[in-house]
Design a protein around this ligand. Sequence first.
Ligand code: ZN
Length: 425
Amino acid sequence: MSLLLKNGCGIVAGQLQALNVLVEAGRIKQFNGDDTADKVVDLQHAFISPGLVDVHVHLREPGFTNKETVKTGSAAAAHGGFTTIGAMANLNPTPDNGELFMQQVKLNQTGTVKIKQYAPVTKHRQGQAVVNFEELQAAGAFAFSDDGDGITNANVMLTAMKQLAALKLPLCDHAQDMDLTQSGVINAGATAQKLGMPGVNNVSETAQIARNLVLAQATGVHYHVCHVSTKESIELVRIAKASGVNVTCEVTPHHLLLDDTNIVDDDAQYKMNPPLRSQADRLACVAGLMDGTIDMIATDHAPHTDKEKGQGLLASPNGIVGSETAFALLYTKFVSSGIWPLHKLIEWMSIAPTQIFKLTNVGQLKIGDPADLAIFDLEHSTTIAANQFLSKGHNSPFIGQSVYGGTVMTLVNGQIVYRRDSNHD
Ligand SMILES: [Zn+2]
């Protein structure tokens, strides 16, 4: 079975140009040949990208299937143009031993995109005793994270880093000093004061990163900071990189697009962890990405039910969905407006995460690679609507926004896993 994607455009040798892609037996066979194929799709000038890679999603299964499942979360990823995702381990049960982990890997295979599974750093993600890293590596863990919670005990962190350094696997840190956070629900600042909400200080993130950078330097581990959000954190990472620490970091679309001035009332669609920070922090995230301090973009897709998120800032859980809106929102805000070249957005959303996490079996728009492709319509605008989400979660502050860059089609190993026409997008 062969498939010809005709009349598209794509970045070849750094230049945006007309592009046809021939897919055969699940792989990219040829660019711009005059081929015939079993099936031909006219892309009408849409943009052909390597499939996007998101190293930070929450799929919620097992344990929280009222929020999301492997099926709905992977369908949401495909809708957003993601062909490979990294699934966090805050599940119930926590996949913290080889047997549970292998069950999780098997469950993940029912998803429509490629799912790489995180293992937790500590047993039950409780921050007390480290897991058996070797056993979990053998079971297929590509990286380790207690995401959702910071690891308070420095000796636990040091022990984990030493062992992961020996195994050459990354430790991905939800950097939060739980003591410093106290009961904060949004960023500490004028908005929190105006709304009468308890605030989260920048130091609750930055102090934890400072400590963990020191431990990372001592151990040589690959230390990856999840969802970096403060200007001080970014400055620390910048200094650490310059002094040779093996550190990388990611930023979310919402920390690039929004800040706490966007919160005008008690609306939990703006509640996430880390919180939306100040405008200065947001601008530092954008600058950090552009100067290479921040390595990649990851969504922190965190679905919750409408009921859960309808309880206001104090009572609602943290997090928003991101898989289905990330590319279009970032394309519209930063590429369409001329701030970023398109190839940089693709680098941050596909190439960098693949390389930094040494992900295998991920297609990167090269002859012979698996045909993992995302096709975006850069010319026509669409409106983000909750009833078009394939995620169970509708918790997004971006509903109703008009964007360019909607997904036309997504392919994984040459199979169409999302198509706009058939999904009534
Ligand atoms: Zn997190």
